[in-house]
Design a protein around this ligand. Structure first.
Ligand SMILES: [Zn+2]
Ligand SMILES: [Zn+2]
Length: 118
């Protein structure tokens, strides 16, 4: 089990599933949504995600057709994304986990948009 929270701590959640690998997404919408060179995320079963508190502080933005990005409306931390068409999964924004992220292996996706940080 893992827990995570937004930057201000208003939104807290638990994840009751094993996570082994997380993905570094270099796509342009992740870049803008996170205002960062890339975002790390992991797809999990929606049933394994549980809000501990802060539900009233969540706001969703439809960043592309049928994809909603959910963030804390106080501090702006992106918590997860979901597609109503795929109700059984959600895409957790792994950087909000309160755990050592180095325990996970990393895969890179949408590398055609990757920014050269070297
Ligand atoms: Zn917050
Ligand atoms: Zn992306």
């Amino acid at each position: 089990m893992y827990s995570g929270e937004c930057l201000c701590g208003t939104v807290m959640y638990q994840v009751n599933t094993a996570i082994s690998a997380i993905e570094c997404c270099h796509c342009q919408t992740c870049r803008k949504a996170h205002s960062s060179a890339f975002a790390i995320g992991v797809t999990i079963d929606a049933s394994s995600f549980q809000l501990v508190h802060g539900e009233d502080s969540l706001q969703a933005f439809e960043s592309s057709n049928g994809k909603f990005r959910v963030f804390c409306k106080h501090c702006g931390s992106h918590i997860y994304a979901y597609r109503p068409q795929q109700p059984n999964t959600l895409r957790l924004r792994a950087a909000t986990l309160n755990t050592d992220l180095n325990q996970f292996s990393i895969k890179h996706i949408y590398t055609e948009n990757r920014i050269n940080l070297d």
